[in-house]
Design a protein around this ligand. Structure first.
Ligand code: GLN
Length: 542
């Protein structure tokens, strides 16, 4: 039997609902239950693949190639499980399948209506997530904030499920309690209003997770309790933290896991957060810093820098750093700056390692190539992720192989396409079939002996996740290899180049896949581990 815990957001977005959902899942898992999680995004987009990362943050990719919300990444990292398409739904997906069924006469002549047919479809998908691996719990996170028009149908699904299965459904509201600096007091009114709003949808929260800059004190817990109709002990303090992996431990300080189990009439089967607590202790104690620069373009929005676009890269850096007992100091470097001012690239000397992460389109390309050239020549550890591999190959072709017009057909009309569109992708692009058509998800990669990659993986065959349309053009491979580019990873079925690296360099490696997507806090990704090791020695040399 599967139980469902809905997590909704009150007051405002961006207060860490995804991490709260993953953390509740973690503590239930630690008590011996099988826990899955499902993210509901209110967008009409069928998946996150067609959204600009500046709009929506990183596009996370699962093994089965689902392009989904970054919260699925949090679920995988916290629960240390691989999720799939059943763990993600959007308004677009729900409507698409209802309309398809209507076209196939599956409603048998009935009038198909928004209510109840849409929430019913939502419910059937939620149940599917529970059935897939016989889950004890499914955490169901409803994106957005209560009161928004676009998440009403999902709240309706939650209300209907609670009515149908009152003992198996629990509703948690993650709310925000501001402490306005001029007032100096934690205010509960916005939360009271959020609860009234969710009440208007026919839902009474069972738990309120009180997100705030500070812990919530007893008087305010009582105030929330009385006005929001929950018991004081069900108001859980969730103050800001320095690092998200602390949160399950903070929740456990409030005995959240046992409180939840009790509501379902269950008991803990074990208590196993030891490894997790050990990791948190390590994070607290490591002091030695390494300086990592990320050269990208998806973080400048007006006056604010958003790092959400690269969240898995940041987390992978952290996991690998902590395992090496170091603390990464991450700096965002704008690729376009190096285009405007070629001396600006000299600032890279101040870093122990540089990453060029995934990217699309022409903007910033030449700046990234300059940064890569600088890392190659100045022996600064370099890790290129997908686009970061492609641009490293272009740089090598231009400056080492002297193929002056080396470029990619992604952003140039003519030239020597050392990076070219994959043949099967060409037709898709010509027909403007963009949605979910890239080379997506997990593919095998053969790792060649005697390389950095092999040293890192210690395995001859690995599986990593992809999201790309372009690849190294094999027609140029011999010329590149003759000049010293090492192809250290290859797809066994299609001979696609998956990893390249350089000898006579402390660490210069690029991957066509996204290794960051499979990094977990207790199981860091091998290439990131090796890269961070190289950064540490480069720091020692400096
Ligand atoms: N734009 C490149 C491609 O489509 C790289 C994609 C990426 O970095 N994820 O192949």
């Amino acid at each position: 039997m599967t139980r469902y815990i809905f997590v909704c957001g009150g007051v405002m977005s961006g207060v860490g609902k995804g991490v709260a959902t993953a953390s509740i899942g973690k503590i239930l898992q630690a008590k011996g239950y099988r826990v899955s999680a499902l993210k509901i995004d209110p967008y009409v987009n069928v998946d996150a693949g067609t959204m600009n990362p500046l709009e929506h943050g990183e596009v996370f990719v699962t093994d089965d190639g689902t392009e989904c919300d970054q919260d699925i990444g949090h679920y995988e990292r916290f629960l240390n499980r691989d999720f799939s398409t059943v763990n993600y739904l959007t308004t677009g997906r729900v409507y698409q399948s209802v309309i398809n069924r209507e076209r196939n006469l599956e409603y048998k002549g009935k009038c198909v209506e928004v209510v109840p047919h849409i929430p019913e479809e939502v419910i059937s998908r939620i149940k599917k997530a529970g059935k897939k691996d016989k889950e004890d719990f499914v955490m169901v996170e409803i994106g957005g904030t209560v009161g928004e028009y676009q998440n009403m149908l999902f709240l309706e699904a939650a209300r209907m499920m609670k009515l149908l299965y009152p003992r198996d459904v629990l509703i948690a509201l993650v709310s925000y309690l501001p402490v306005p600096p001029k007032i100096g007091e934690m205010k509960t009114k916005p939360t009271q209003t959020a609860v009234r709003t969710i009440n208007a949808a026919g839902i009474q929260p069972d738990l309120i997770l009180a997100r705030s800059e500070f812990p919530v004190d007893e008087p305010r817990k009582r105030k929330i309790s009385i006005s929001c109709n929950v018991r004081p002990e069900d108001v859980i303090s969730a103050p800001d933290v320095d690092f998200i992996y602390q949160i399950p431990l903070n929740f456990e300080k409030e005995e959240l896991g046992n409180k939840i189990l009790k509501k379902f009439g269950l008991r803990p089967r074990k208590q196993d957060l030891k490894e997790w607590a050990k990791l948190v202790r390590t994070i607290r104690t490591v002091k030695k810093q390494v300086r990592i620069g990320i050269v990208g373009k998806y973080f400048e929005t007006g006056d604010f820098a958003l790092t959400d676009s690269y969240i898995s890269v940041i987390e992978a850096i952290k996991h690998a750093s902590w395992a090496n007992r170091i603390l990464p100091q991450i700096t965002w470097l704008s690729a376009e700056k190096y285009e405007k001012d070629s001396r600006a690239v000299l600032e890279l000397k101040g870093f122990d390692g540089i990453i060029v992460p995934g990217g699309f389109g022409e903007r910033g390309v030449e700046g990234k190539i300059k940064a890569i050239e600088f890392c190659r020549k100045n022996k600064i550890p370099y890790l290129g992720l997908c686009f970061g591999l492609q641009l490293a190959v272009i740089e090598f072709a231009r400056n080492v192989c002297k193929i002056k017009n080396a470029t990619s057909s992604e952003f140039a009309k003519k030239g020597d396409f050392v990076i070219d569109v994959m043949p099967d992708q060409k037709a898709l692009l010509e027909e403007s079939r963009y949605g979910a058509t890239m080379r997506l998800g997990a593919y095998k990669c053969k790792v060649i002996p005697g390389t950095i990659a092999r040293k890192a993986y210690q395995k001859s065959l690995v599986s990593e996740r992809h999201r790309h349309r372009y690849e190294v053009n094999n027609e140029y491979r011999e010329r590149l290899e003759n000049k010293g580019l090492v192809v250290s990873g290859e797809n066994p079925e299609r001979n696609l180049v998956e990893i390249v690296e350089l000898r006579n360099h402390p660490f210069f490696l690029g991957t066509q896949f996204h290794p960051e997507l499979k990094s977990r806090p207790l199981n860091p990704q091998p290439l990131f581990l090796e890269f961070m090791r190289a950064c540490l020695s480069s720091r020692a040399r400096a």
